[in-house]
Design a protein around this ligand. Structure first.
Ligand SMILES: CC(=O)[C@@H](O)[C@H](O)COP(=O)(O)O
Ligand SMILES: NCC(=O)COP(=O)(O)O
Length: 244
């Protein structure tokens, strides 16, 4: 059965530009409000441990200033857990973090880290926060997420988006298709994201059991040329066309 497909706009890289000079411009909250006006169903922000883009103050402002769900991306650390429990965003997506990576390189290892993930998943869920695990499209990782009690998974689409040959891209897409079917079979809500662009969004948006895409870096880059409203409208149209 095909379901409505939500668009979460990730505004991390508005903060990247702001932080290049310090100060307050451009303001991620303003971008989030504009994104909502342009049709975003929610806002995603990743408070990295090193605060390279989004800051604690950004999260406070987003919590107070937007009237759509905030998807708070966080490492499963005690510090981030305390911040999430203080703000109680609609959703928290647990992601792996490496201090030296340029962006999130792979999914969370829900199998290998089951011991350390159980407590944050339990405490976030008990606080009424919808927990998702950002994982590679591997059935065994989905099974581990389910066993840990996470209601949602977000499939890492980076390998699909970065594929250098049509064959590799087709293979990576097939992994996502299979993982999304597996999520449905075991009762997990399925999201996807990372690196999606106009060129890559269609086949992922067409997967009927995926209900949310989180897209940031490409949209913020595209906004330089056409404005955020136009960039989001075109992404929405591409998603809708693929879903029909
Ligand atoms: C978890 C994920 O894929 C992204 O949402 C994340 O925000 C990437 O981190 P950067 O935004 O720092 O590239
Ligand atoms: N979780 C993925 C996300 O929020 C956006 O990733 P990207 O589009 O900035 O690569």
């Amino acid at each position: 059965m095909s379901r409505t497909l939500r668009l979460g706009v990730n505004i991390d890289h508005v903060a990247t530009v702001r932080n290049a000079r310090g100060g307050t411009n451009p303001d991620p909250l303003r971008a989030a409000m504009l994104a909502i006006e342009a049709g975003a169903d929610g806002i995603t922000a990743h408070l990295r441990e090193d605060r390279r883009h989004i800051t604690d103050r950004d999260i406070e402002k987003l919590m107070a200033g937007i009237d759509r769900p905030l998807n708070f991306e966080m490492a499963a650390t005690d510090e981030m857990l305390a911040i999430a429990l203080r703000h109680k965003p609609h959703a928290a997506c647990l992601v792996p973090e490496k201090r030296t990576e340029v962006t999130t390189e792979g999914g969370l290892d829900a199998i290998g880290n089951a011991g350390s993930l159980a407590r944050p998943i339990g405490e976030l869920g008990a606080a009424g926060i919808r927990v998702s695990l950002f994982i590679d499209p591997e059935p065994a990782q989905l099974d581990a997420a389910k066993a840990l009690g996470a209601p949602v998974v977000e499939l890492h689409t980076g390998a699909y988006c970065d594929a250098e040959t049509p064959e590799t891209r087709a293979h990576e897409l097939e992994r996502i298709v299979r993982a999304a079917a597996h999520a449905e079979a075991i009762g997990l809500e399925c999201h996807a994201g990372h690196g999606l662009s106009y060129a890559t969004v269609g086949p992922v948006a067409a997967i009927p059991t995926i209900v949310e895409l989180n897209i940031g870096h490409f949209l913020i880059g595209e906004a330089i040329f056409v404005g955020l409203t136009n960039a989001i409208a075109r992404m929405r149209a591409a998603m809708n066309a693929a879903r029909r």
